[in-house]
Design a protein around this ligand. Structure first.
Ligand code: PLP
Length: 407
């Protein structure tokens, strides 16, 4: 069997560093000298326990997670968290304001793309009398009135007074829209405008699934919950990482006795924290590979290294799109200032151009460039494992495509 590989620009599950995969193959046979492979090992073994707590500390130190927040590991992906954040934070709201009528409980959603819209739809399913307020719908500010192609300016947000949660998706994987990391940018997330609770806390929930560990998280310590699936920047699918502020680890049964919706035990943040993420069997293999990736990240220089690298990669691809736009060959799908570093989306213009682009790319050893089926076009996902050299290969192919279309 050949072990040769293509460059995988897919949006997830995505490429992983080759060196790590080779090391992981060893761990599949014999994990840390236990004589047992990682996929065969008990999650209650002391060796796995030690590995898991090291994974936690690799995230805590690199992302600068303060002691006010727990780092938890679970399953079910971002999709399960669409439900879990609603149930846990409505329970918290119930405990904070037990006498409030349900119609006065509000959840604020910021819609900047397909994933935040999906999370919003799930909140509506689970709201049971509470209100779901759209604090912002970026489609209203789009170039065609229907697509998600921008992050609107701060003046466009309308938050509620004391919401149970404020929800946003940091990087919209399908639409290629991301908040700017520069706090002064017009397209940054409007942290200063958020409605605080009497104690000064924010019930802020961020879906960081497709940008987690690609650069520092602005205002991390002010978040109630941050969640991310591992399968973009860190490891195989099957692991979801949560960063939860400790006041959000609430007694969901006590809340249910006051009228809140009962929370399935596997979705309770408090139970997960109390059991040190081992209430039920976790995805050992995914945690293992994630740990190896995090170790390699630390050796390379941590988030400062990846932030600089990811910025450079994205700038190169956006520059190639702009050069193609001038010749009428490409068209970026996202407005200036809102483009994602992780998922760069664009169209190849003209009859059959997109198919020619994808076919040519595949011949040149690049896969996974087809846009999501709901929006079409081309999508280059530039997660951490995509190197600058991989990016250069794509950019050179784009330049050649433009010059051939031109001639
Ligand atoms: N949120 C974002 C931003 C995503 O990109 C995805 C999946 O790609 C999800 C949520 C859903 O994650 P999962 O498929 O792990 O449930």
């Amino acid at each position: 069997m050949s072990t040769s590989r293509v460059i995988n620009f897919g949006a997830g599950p995505s490429a992983l560093p080759q060196g790590v995969l080779k090391k992981a193959a060893q761990g599949l046979l014999n994990f840390n000298d236990t004589g047992i492979g990682i996929a065969e090992l008990s999650h209650r073994s002391k060796e796995f326990g030690a590995f898991l707590s090291n994974v936690e500390s690799l995230i805590r130190t690199q992302l600068d997670v303060p002691p006010t927040h727990s780092i938890l590991f679970t399953q079910g992906g971002g999709t399960a968290q669409f439900s879990a954040v609603v149930l846990n934070l409505l329970a918290r709201h119930r405990l904070l304001y037990p006498d409030l009528a349900d119609e006065h409980r509000v959840m604020d959603y910021v819609l900047t793309g397909s994933w935040s819209r999906k999370a919003h739809d799930e909140a509506r399913r689970l709201a049971r009398g509470a209100r779901v307020n759209v604090a912002l719908d970026a489609r209203r500010h789009s170039s065609d009135g229907v697509s998600f192609d921008n992050v609107p300016p701060h003046g466009e947000y309308a938050f509620s007074r004391a919401p149970a949660l404020i929800y946003y998706c940091e990087n919209e994987t399908i639409d290629g829209v991301q908040f700017s990391p520069d706090p002064d940018a017009r397209t940054s997330f409007p942290f200063a405008l958020l409605p605080r609770e009497p104690g000064g806390l924010l019930p802020l929930v961020g879906d960081h699934s497709s940008s987690f560990m690609s650069r520092p998280i602005p205002h991390l310590s002010e978040h109630a919950v941050i969640f991310a699936g591992a399968q973009k920047n860190l490891g195989p699918a099957g692991l979801t990482i949560l960063i939860v502020r400790q006041d959000c680890l609430v007694d969901v049964d006590a809340a249910a006795r006051l009228g809140a919706t009962p929370v399935p035990l596997c979705l309770s943040y408090r139970l997960l924290a109390q059991s040190k993420s081992l209430y039920n069997t976790p995805s050992l293999l995914s945690i293992y590979i994630t740990g190896l990736v995090l170790e390699q990240m630390r050796e390379l220089g941590g988030l400062a290294y990846f932030e600089a690298l990811n910025r450079t990669k994205a700038e190169k691809v956006y520059a190639a799109i702009r050069a193609g736009e001038k010749r009428g060959v490409f068209q970026g799908k996202v407005q200036a200032g809102s483009g994602s570093w992780m998922n760069v989306v664009f169209n190849a213009l003209g009859d059959g151009a997109e198919a020619r682009f994808l076919e040519g790319a595949e011949k040149a050893g690049m896969k996974g460039l087809k846009g999501h089926r709901s929006v079409g076009g081309i999508r280059a996902s530039l997660y951490n494992a995509i190197t600058e050299a991989d990016t250069d290969t794509l950019v050179q192919f784009m330049e050649k495509f433009v010059s051939e279309a031109d001639s």
